[in-house]
Design a protein around this ligand. Structure first.
Ligand code: HEC
Ligand code: HEC
Length: 488
């Protein structure tokens, strides 16, 4: 649980005061954001800014990382010879899934469905080592003690090097029979000489070592290549004073931070970390949110199939620890609007629905969960003995049936408008100015953020009442019709 310190004077308090100041129209003129220089500073603009140190861009990749780049895009490393890492982690989609499938098809004939949605590979650099009792002290206002860190949604891989072995050998993914098969593909492939050059002339004599080296090269590519951590979102531009939020984005930002409203920042941290490290939008910790079962995942037709996250089935060391069952890692929200399915099982297809789920999950459970024998089965993707693990203490999930949701429909739309500022591609450089407005519409779907600017006197921001936006206020999610198979 994330508890708030009594003083409420952590970084989020600063954010809250800054946003309040801007919303209260403190400050002077409201001018068009210049494309190439910081926007004119008002006291309110200055209050919202944060000191951030963006990573320096290396002149060139190390030889290991260059090799990792070739491996990442190499389809011969799969049993089908048609699937590479990039098939699921598409660079054009923030290294997330290029399609709208909840789970991907892999295996030797690309017809075997996986069981989890593909996460983005961006912004994983500061993933802490997995620990069961990580503690975030009260200096942050979101204090937390519990499991945190590690790679994959259940933290079972200690490093990206180790993680690479999972998709290469998973029979639903790249489906190689064993590490030797992967090593053989590299040895017979076009960059075998480069591989020897980097890892030693005898590298192929020891397949176990060569397989580990393949993982090391893939990890080096993800660590070094700037495309994995560009920090070119509108959010970054605003924080460095080079753009302004629209009125709606600003309201969303305030709700995202408000502990009594969205409270999103308690887990999706939106303030810089140690040394000015840019906001990660995750705390890398685990929570059970009770996401509905997704009947679209073929494995879910079997009532014995349950994905319990930390306590299995893929992670094995915590199987006996019932209190962790149902917990999944908090993903970064950077680039979240580029995704087409959400949560570990891809049960949701729109951000409006995701945010509505957070605030209405317990106030209106019949909207989110199926009905069995006349009763709503809340948290239906978990066997009933683990349903008590679902987080009901952190706002906005702390309200009972029939209570008023923490956010109304307009506020949900505001939060989503803010989430859309987290997509990379708004600026050309980290924390940089907007790409020129005339060319922005070509820039990776970021043009929608460019309503940032307005002219005229200082203004307050009433919520738009445009009936054309009404569809925004009625989230569309319904439990997928069809046979509901309750997990055992
Ligand atoms: C068939 C689709 C698919 C392919 C191919 C694939 N992945 Fe993934 N990747 C996934 C899924 C699904 C997950 C989440 C797995 C889990 O939580 O158990 C994931 C997770 C990851 C993670 C952990 C992310 C995090 O948040 O901790 C990394 C790193 C990663 N993949 C890298 C790779 C690399 C490198 C390759 C190529 C060797 C690769 N993936 C190939 C689907 C794929
Ligand atoms: C208690 C911690 C916590 C709070 C508070 C929280 N989240 Fe999350 N969030 C998570 C976890 C854990 C997941 C992953 C759950 C899963 O996959 O089952 C997640 C996933 C998401 C996702 C899906 C991302 C993806 O890539 O699939 C979105 C979007 C999201 N959260 C937005 C929000 C918003 C908006 C708020 C505030 C209204 C919020 N979250 C509040 C912990 C939290």
């Amino acid at each position: 649980m994330r508890c708030f310190s009594n003083t409420w004077l952590g970084p989020r308090a600063v954010v809250a005061f800054a946003v309040a100041a801007v919303i209260a129209c403190v400050g002077g003129g409201w001018s068009v954001a210049a494309a190439s220089r910081p926007v004119d500073t008002t006291p309110a603009d200055a209050a919202i800014r944060q000191w951030v140190r963006y990573p320096t861009i290396p002149d060139h990749l190390s030889p290991q990382a260059e090799l990792g780049k070739r491996l990442f895009f190499d389809t011969t490393l799969s049993a089908s010879k048609r699937m590479s890492c990039a098939s699921c982690h598409s660079p054009a989609h923030a290294y997330g899934s290029p399609n709208g499938r909840a789970v991907q098809l892999g295996g030797p004939h690309l017809d075997r469905a996986g069981t989890r949605a593909v996460p983005s590979l961006r912004y994983l650099d500061h993933t802490p080592l997995f620990s069961l009792d990580a503690f975030t002290p009260g200096s942050e206002d979101a204090e937390y003690e519990g499991p945190r860190g590690g790679f994959t949604r259940d933290g079972r891989a200690a490093s990206r090097q180790q993680q690479a072995a999972i998709p290469l050998l998973d029979r639903n993914e790249m489906a190689n029979a064993d590490p030797q098969a992967v090593v053989a593909a590299v040895r017979e492939g076009p960059y075998a000489a480069a591989f020897r050059h980097v890892f030693g002339a005898g590298v192929f004599d020891d397949p176990a070592q060569a397989f580990a080296d393949i993982g090391a090269a893939l990890a080096a590519f993800q660590r070094e290549d700037p495309s994995f951590h560009p920090y070119t979102s509108k959010f970054d531009a605003v924080m460095s004073g080079r753009a302004r939020f629209t009125a709606q984005e600003l309201r969303g930002y305030a709700l995202f931070n408000n502990p009594r409203k969205g409270n999103c920042a308690a887990c999706h941290i939106d303030v810089p970390g140690p040394g000015g490290r840019p906001a990660p939008f995750t705390d890398f910790a685990y929570a059970a949110l009770g996401v509905p079962r997704n009947p679209g995942i073929p494995a879910n037709r079997d009532p014995r199939h349950v994905d319990l996250g930390l306590c299995g089935p893929y992670r094995r060391d915590l199987r006996a620890q019932a209190r962790y069952c149902g917990m999944f890692k908090t993903p970064t929200l950077r680039n979240v609007a580029t995704r087409r399915v959400f949560f570990h099982n891809g049960a949701f297809r729109s951000l409006l629905d995701v945010v509505a789920f957070y605030v209405q999950r317990d106030t209106d459970p019949g909207k989110w969960y199926p009905v069995l024998h006349g009763k709503v089965v809340a948290y239906d993707d978990l066997p009933s003995r683990y349903r008590g693990n679902v987080d009901r203490t952190d706002a906005p999930m702390d309200r009972g049936k029939g209570a008023k949701p923490a956010l109304d429909a307009g506020e949900i739309a505001d939060v989503v408008a803010f989430l859309r500022t987290l997509d990379d591609g708004y600026s050309a450089t980290a924390g940089g100015p907007a790409v020129h407005p005339d060319t922005a519409s070509a820039g990776g779907g970021t043009s929608r953020s460019h309503g940032a600017t307005a002219t005229g006197p200082p203004r307050c921001f009433p919520r738009p009442r445009d009936p054309a936006e009404a569809y925004l206020f009625s989230p569309t999610w319904r439990p997928t019709p069809g046979p509901f198979v309750a997990p055992l």
